[in-house]
Design a protein around this ligand. Sequence first.
Ligand code: NAG
Ligand code: NAG
Length: 467
Amino acid sequence: MFVLIARQCLLRYFLVVFLVVFVIIMIIGFSIFTTEDHEVFINEPILHDEPDHHEAGAADAIKESIKHPIIMWWSKFTGQKYEERVCGDVTCVFTEDRHYKNHPNTKVFMFYGSDFNVNDLPLPRKPHHEWALFHEESPKNNYLFSHADIMTMFNHTCTFKRESDYSITTQHLPTLDWLEDTQYLLSTGTKNSYLDELAPIMYVHSDCDTPSDRDTYISLLQKYIKVDSYGTCLHNKDLPQHLIDPIKGMLHKDFLNLVARYKFAFSMENGICDDYITEKLWRPLMVGTVPVVLGSSKVQDFLPAHKSAILINEFKTVEDLAKQLLFLNSNDAEYEQYLRWKKTGVTNKYLKKVMRDREWEAPLDGLPSDGGINFIEGFECFVCKRTHENLRLLKEGKPQKLFQASLEHYGCPMPVRFNSLGQRVDSSDWAHEWHEKQKIAKALRYYIDRGKNFTLKELHEFKYTPD
Ligand SMILES: *[C@@H]1O[C@H](CO)[C@@H](O)[C@H](O)[C@H]1NC(C)=O
Ligand SMILES: *[C@@H]1O[C@H](CO)[C@@H](O)[C@H](O)[C@H]1NC(C)=O
């Protein structure tokens, strides 16, 4: 009996000691990880070529005999441990394993834009190290790429910009056949009959404080015309329960049927950048509802036909837009002009060409057909082929090709807000973010170009002084 109690006491004693030690370790560990002044070690570039000894296995990896150029995803992104991939008549090794960082064959570091971390870069950058940027997402995710100091550090790009090396502006458009589909299309008469229960326009968003300031615009417009808002932003109408899931709901047949009942649907991106176009544009077009667009200033280039959407940019004030929407809502013949392309098919030659030329597939379920590729695989092979091209030139004793990105490969404008007339004038918190990233871009570039060490604090407090 006593022995048992004594044992329990001892056990309790050990548990308490263990807990105290554990908590202390956690606190120390946490304070290390949250220290602002993380040193980013940049040794003298070029001169040193030793493996990273702190990474177990790096010493072995660097000695491995590998026949092909190595292309390393610096961002954990594709999950590739070590994959030899054939791209046409050349082969590259794709890996996420950083043990190969200093392997002599490692030619290219690939970055996923949203995960690009100034505190974790493959530095010092050696002269033969090329950098590749894959960034298909909204400018909202990282304003660093809106600045030339960063963009010109990259050699290869895959972004939504048509100017990028491997452009994916139509990343959310499955096919032209899909776009031309008429299974959801309702006649104007049917749409009119829904006007008793539905507004002429729908809005569905749950990300409310965005750099595009779309909610402000909608609340201004609501003074003139009824808007049904199903998302959490400016919510005034409920979706049926089975459609509330933001991903599955939006692809549901019932949701598409609901969109089709409206005359118009807002197609408003969360961030504004040329050629940044998402399913928010393509979905209403597909179901036969006229999109009212806030997004790329050059969206006209990608519309199925000359008259197929209403562009907010073309209206001086929100009141002007409201007048036009009310006019179209009560003039069927005028309204139907915006849907004529649904009968003739896509007439935009540029869009047709872009869709014909793209070698990748972007199906709604994300799974390419047998033998088809997605744009990530496509970009990987694009970079692999460029790498081989230069290796061949080198072998032939010829000068290598220069691959260099420019601001146009991503670069998005400073975010602005709407004033009370719906004109873009004021600046915003998002503009502050854009300016902050501009400073960091300049600082980062300064330190990387000079092979200098820097801390996060130094990046944030950087003031340029010419050397
Ligand atoms: C960078 O920091 C490391 C570690 O503190 C140091 O060994 C190295 O000499 C520094 N390099 C430069 C260029 O200052
Ligand atoms: C890659 O970009 C860097 C930085 O602009 C540049 O110095 C280097 O020459 C480029 N490499 C190639 C192969 O074009």
